[in-house]
Ligand binder design. Structure first.
Ligand SMILES: Nc1ncnc2c1ncn2[C@@H]1O[C@H](COP(=O)(O)OP(=O)(O)OP(=O)(O)O)[C@@H](O)[C@H]1O
Length: 565
């Protein structure tokens, strides 16, 4: 708590506590002028910046606001990029701006001497730090507010604490975060992106942030394998999708892996060239917005997929995103030499392979959860209902009450117990293909164009490749295309990837599966797992339900609108 000098020189903006945030009110004026001193909450007469009891009726002004509540409907300016500054560089916001709780990072009570205070009773003086849009990013800004609390007689004396409770509902405050940066990620921009866009918000929120840079390929595996799990709540990967993949696998290699997966949440601050995790979980590939999502999202459990291949059959590997063979795999891995093109290299690779109508023969065996398109839709709707109920519970908890529960201990969502059994495979690789799996017709698989399985809906900002993917339904989405499909049909399919409606096309096989075995036959090709090159050999994958803790807005992936397709 900082003690005021007693001279009240600091500029205060008047606000009230509302349902969705702090509502900036009209500032005191003494006459028609609304110059910067008036906006400061001071009077325009006398010693500028110093409070006096003048003709402006401060107390009645406060009284009139007692019955007002901040509502987003009345918000004419909701933290837009317009701000004014007084000579002392204090942040000023126009009246009727709402600072939403969802954007509040930190609040401090400012200690005042009651005898000297020019403010009416029931006024709390606060320093509020929040995430403010500036150009395409969010930046932390601090404002000094005089907040009328008389409307909430039960509020208690610690107003800052009450606002913080509203600002961090369903999530933990003051998180301890290990940030792993791949300095080579995002064509070498990851470090700068993290430091300039994400770190300021994390620090402004009072989180403890420890940064580690990777210095070699697979370094993040070693970091995760050796870190002190008691020291952190979250591992935030300031990278592409490669580092979260490595972190999960590093934790997977630990002898205390059950404890590690129970305790640590893994998330992404999108600083790489492929940021599917952040796009699917936080709904953004912007590191500053993702940092805010990290601070405010709900701890949730997601399924991951466990991969086994002959060359590492005693130590399976985890995959959180996708496995692919055929056109997509070759476009991802074999276009490394044109990295300078950025994400366009992938699209170029796909186009070249499609035009060549290259076939990728293989055998595929699957354990179906929902085979036909209708079954997929039913499965999706059933699980979506469950997720919608969770979201509604979270939102109900977010509605305004005087007695806001303190969720500092973490999410209200029930967590599951991770034990050594959570890692046990149902279908060991050494066994024969189980009798309840189905072999996909060789007539199709011997002409495979795209084989793609995934757990997250977005693989790139405008590519909803798996629009029916759900975080914890115990299945992965399976997409298969025939390389013989006429170009006249393939073109519209590729064009509809942004909407996700490609999976509805009759030429695209789309199912929900629990597991698969892929036996590739092309002499030289690639298998890509989470965007990384894996051994080119038989691959068996099964879902490990709810193994990984991550951070999701409202406990679900970003909306894909699959139900209305
Ligand atoms: N210091 C390093 N030197 C070399 N390789 C590294 C280093 N740090 C991380 N890597 C490797 O970089 C790869 C890609 O990481 P990441 O996904 O974060 O970046 P990206 O920008 O999305 O790159 P990509 O386009 O390859 O996916 C991973 O395989 C990782 O092991």
């Amino acid at each position: 708590m900082s003690k005021l000098s007693g001279r009240y020189r600091l500029p205060y903006t008047r606000a009230i506590i509302g349902e969705n945030g702090l509502l900036i009110k009209d500032q005191f004026t003494s006459g028609p002028s609304t110059n910067s001193s008036a906006l400061m909450g001071g009077r325009t007469s006398g010693d500028a910046g110093e409070f006096e009891s003048g003709d402006g009726d401060a107390s009645s002004s406060f009284q009139s606001s007692v019955f007002e509540t901040a509502s987003l409907i009345s918000c004419v300016t909701c933290l837009s990029d317009t701000e004014s500054r007084d000579e002392n560089e204090a942040l000023l916001l126009p009246s009727n701006t709402v600072i939403p709780y969802a954007k509040i990072l930190d609040v401090t009570n400012l200690d005042v001497d009651d005898n000297e205070s020019p403010f009416p009773n029931h006024t709390a003086l606060l320093e509020v730090t929040f995430a403010k849009p500036r150009r395409n990013h969010l930046v932390p800004k601090t404002i000094k507010l005089s907040v009328d609390t008389s409307v909430f007689p039960n509020m208690g004396t610690d107003v800052a604490e009450e606002i913080l409770n509203r600002s961090y509902k369903n999530t933990k405050r003051n998180k301890s975060i290990l940030v792993i940066i791949n300095p080579h990620g995002g064509k070498g921009k990851a470090n700068k992106l993290f430091l300039s866009k994400a770190k300021p918000l994390l620090q402004a929120s009072g989180c403890k942030v420890l940064v580690k840079e990777t210095t070699y390929h697979l370094h993040a595996v070693d970091i995760a394998k050796n870190l002190d799990i008691d020291e952190f709540d979250i591992i935030a990967c300031a990278s592409g999708d490669g580092i979260p993949h490595e972190v999960m696998n590093g934790l997977f290699l630990r002898s205390d892996r059950a404890k590690a997966f129970q305790k640590l949440a893994i998330t992404q601050l999108p600083c790489g060239s492929g940021n599917a995790m952040s796009i699917s979980c936080h709904g953004t590939s912007n590191p500053s917005y993702a940092a805010l999502a990290l601070l405010k999202s709900v701890e949730s459990r997601i399924d991951v997929m466990c991969c086994t291949q002959p060359s590492y059959k005693n130590q399976p590997r985890l995959s959180f995103l996708s496995q692919t063979y055929g056109i997509i795999a070759e476009s991802d891995i074999n276009t490394e030499f044109i990295r300078f093109l950025g994400p366009a290299r992938f699209e170029l690779g796909v186009t070249m392979n499609v035009l060549q109508r290259k076939k990728y023969p293989c055998d595929i065996y699957v354990k179906y959860a929902a085979k036909s398109k209708n079954e997929v839709k039913d499965h999706y709707l059933q699980h979506k209902d469950r997720l919608n109920n969770i979201r509604d519970d979270l939102e109900a908890n977010s509605t305004f009450t005087i007695d806001v529960p303190n969720l500092d201990e973490g999410s209200k969502l029930e967590d599951i117990n991770i034990t050594d059994d959570s890692f046990k495979l149902r279908w060991p690789f050494e066994d024969d293909v189980p009798s309840d799996w189905e072999k996909i017709d060789s007539e199709l698989t011997h002409s495979t164009g795209i084989f793609y399985t995934g757990k997250m809906p977005y693989i790139a900002p405008d590519t909803k490749f798996f629009p029916a993917a759900l975080p914890d339904d115990g299945t992965m989405d399976f997409v298969l295309t025939d390389a013989r499909t006429p170009l006249t049909r393939i073109a519209p399919i590729l064009m509809s990837l942004n909407r996700g409606s490609h999976v509805l096309q009759p030429e695209v096989e789309h199912s929900k599966i629990h597991a698969f075995r892929l036996v590739p036959y092309v002499k030289n090709s690639v298998i890509s797992v989470d965007g990384e090159s894996f051994p080119y050999e038989t691959l068996q994958v099964e879902v490990l339900p709810k193994l990984v803790k991550t951070l999701l807005k409202n406990g679900s992936y970003v909306e894909t609108d699959f139900e209305s397709m």
